[in-house]
Ligand binder design. Structure first.
Ligand code: HEC
Length: 143
C-alpha cells in the first residue's frame, strides 16, 4: 500500500519534471548531481531556444533563464578548482578556474535578453552562452 502511494506521488512529480529518488535508497543508480546539473542546464538552453524559434512562451523562457543563472552560480561548488581538473581528463586547471565566471556572466546576459522578449537579441545571447559559457568547459562550441 505504502509503495503504491509513493509511486503515485512520484508520477505526480514527474509532471513537473522531477522525480527524485522517492522510495529508492539514496544514490542507488542515481546520476551524480554534476550530471543532473548538466541535464537541467541543457533543458534550460533548449527551452530558451524554443522561444527564439517562435515556440514556447516568454514566461517559460524566463523561468529557464532564471534556472540557468541559478545552476551557473553552483558551478564552482560542483566543479571545484583543483578537484575537477583531476576528476575530468579534459578539464585543465585553467579551464576549471575560468569557466564558472564565464558561465554565470553569459547566463545573466541571457536572462537580461529574455526579459526584452526580442527573439533576435535572445538568439544572440543564447549563442554566446553556449559558446562562451558551456563552451568554457565543453571543447565543442555548443554542448
Ligand atoms: C564548469 C564546467 C562546465 C560548464 C560551464 C558546463 N559543463 Fe556540461 N559538463 C561538464 C562536465 C565536467 C561534464 C561531465 C559530468 C559528469 O559526467 O559527471 C559535463 C557533462 C555535460 C552533459 C552530459 C551530462 C550527462 O548526463 O552526463 C551535458 C548534456 C552538458 N554537460 C551540457 C552543458 C550545457 C548545455 C552547458 C551550458 C549551459 C554546460 N554543460 C556547461 C562541465 C561543464
Amino acid at each position: 500500500m505504502k509503495v503504491r502511494r509513493e509511486l503515485a506521488i512520484c508520477a505526480g512529480l514527474l509532471l513537473v519534471g522531477s522525480c527524485g529518488n522517492i522510495g529508492a535508497p539514496p544514490h542507488a543508480g542515481q546520476p551524480t548531481v554534476q550530471a543532473q546539473s548538466m541535464a537541467a542546464m541543457l533543458v534550460d538552453i533548449d527551452q530558451v531556444r524554443e522561444f527564439v524559434y517562435g515556440g514556447g512562451s516568454q514566461d517559460a523562457a524566463r523561468n529557464a533563464a532564471d534556472d540557468l543563472v541559478s545552476w551557473s552560480a553552483r558551478m564552482v561548488e560542483l566543479f571545484p578548482p583543483g578537484q575537477a581538473s583531476t576528476d575530468y581528463v579534459d578539464m585543465s586547471p585553467q579551464r576549471v578556474r575560468d569557466a564558472p565566471a564565464a558561465m554565470s556572466r553569459t547566463a545573466e546576459s541571457l536572462r537580461a535578453a529574455v526579459r526584452t522578449g526580442n527573439r533576435a537579441i535572445i538568439g544572440d545571447q543564447l549563442a554566446r552562452a553556449e559558446k562562451d559559457g558551456c563552451g568554457a568547459c565543453h571543447l565543442s562550441n555548443t554542448r
